[in-house]
Design a protein around this ligand. Sequence first.
Ligand SMILES: [Zn+2]
Length: 467
Amino acid sequence: MHFGRALNELSIAFEIMRKLKTLLIFVLLSSVSLSAWGRTPKYVFYFIGDGMGINQAAATEMYMHSVGLGDLNFRHFPYTGFVTTTPANSRVTDSAAAGSALSTGHKTYNSAIGVNADTVEVETLCERVIRSGYAAGVASSDAVDLATPAAFYAHAGNRNDYENIAGDLVASKLSFAAGASIKSNGKGNDAWVAEAERKGFTVFGGDNKYSPCNGPVICLSDDMSKSNLSYAIDRKEGQTSLEEFTSAAIDHLYRNSRKGFFLMVEGAMIDHACHSRDAGAMVSEIMDFSKSVDCALRFYEQHPDETLIVVTSDHETGYVMITYGETSLVGNQKCSMNELTDIFLEMSADGNIPGWPEVKQVLSDKLGLWSKVPVTKDEEKVFTQLYKESFLDLTSDMQKDLYNSNKKLAFEAVNLLGRKAGINLFGSSHSGSPVGLYVKGACADEFIVCKDNTDISKVIARVARYK
Ligand SMILES: [Zn+2]
């Protein structure tokens, strides 16, 4: 009898515990969905470091630490991971297929813009953002109709179809677009700008720098004759920077959108530096890219519950490896390999033949070689041989990569400095290595499911509640 009562009390206790458990689960689920609702980002930043592999970012931070510049901001975002970049038709992607994957969530073939592997148009992320009632913008340090920005607003079977891509841009409902220039096949800046203005865009460029206004805006650089912005390491006073574009974009999008906005920013020149195997230009370019991320971080401080910042890359370029070396040495580089080539070309203009001491002095001034960075006799022997070929024999003079043509002496000297700094660029093309994903702000933890570049825009659209 006594035992039966105890059993009964025990079963009542179990029943109470079961009900409490149900209540606890209900409370937990409610708080999760409430917090997810409360965290819905109104302002979404999508930064793409073109060619910025995991090692490029890590090497840049290693350099920053070595000279007391602190952390590379996005490497310390609360959520970090990595994503694969393989396109539909190859092991290694180009910026078009990768940009399309990052924008549309579809795998496609190299050179495709906003179309799937069957060349069928698929909705770009900016189109989806606009359809959902938000403002959308893109900004790039390269031409505004090149592959990465194009993949966010245009549709073309081939990335070189600039005329159609530039046409898609002026026909788009983008609130903001910025790039160094417009390629738009032969039409030139003037004709295209006139067309953009007819379609209602306010166009800034040249001496006419961005100033606040209403309606859609296109920002081009101070020198629209150049396809891309200057490398950060070569930038002179008054030359346009990606940071300027980012800051203009935030100002314009915030004031011209009630519901919220989406902004894609591409650091295109990282890829250029890596194609040239130029470690100093690469490090400086990634540090410069992080200044644009800083603009978003300052915005985030003002709107911490409603801002999402995603930083990633389209692919790795340059087969970068971090090896033994003294990282701080790369800071001795004062100009890009490309500008060093221009200096050499100028020195030998009009049949002038500079002597080796003169050329050696330039290498010392621009790269710190001999003065701050020890050069062995064997290394100098390689330099003097290249000097002879370049300035005396005028043979096998230039070395071409995807974007630039550099004097072999400039290549060897810059590349040697990179090797001494332990930042080795073993190749001049893209690789199939996965890239980093760095996320901060509202719903950052939701990006844990991203394993491939096609996953990212799907998560952005889900958490930002795009239709
Ligand atoms: Zn590239």
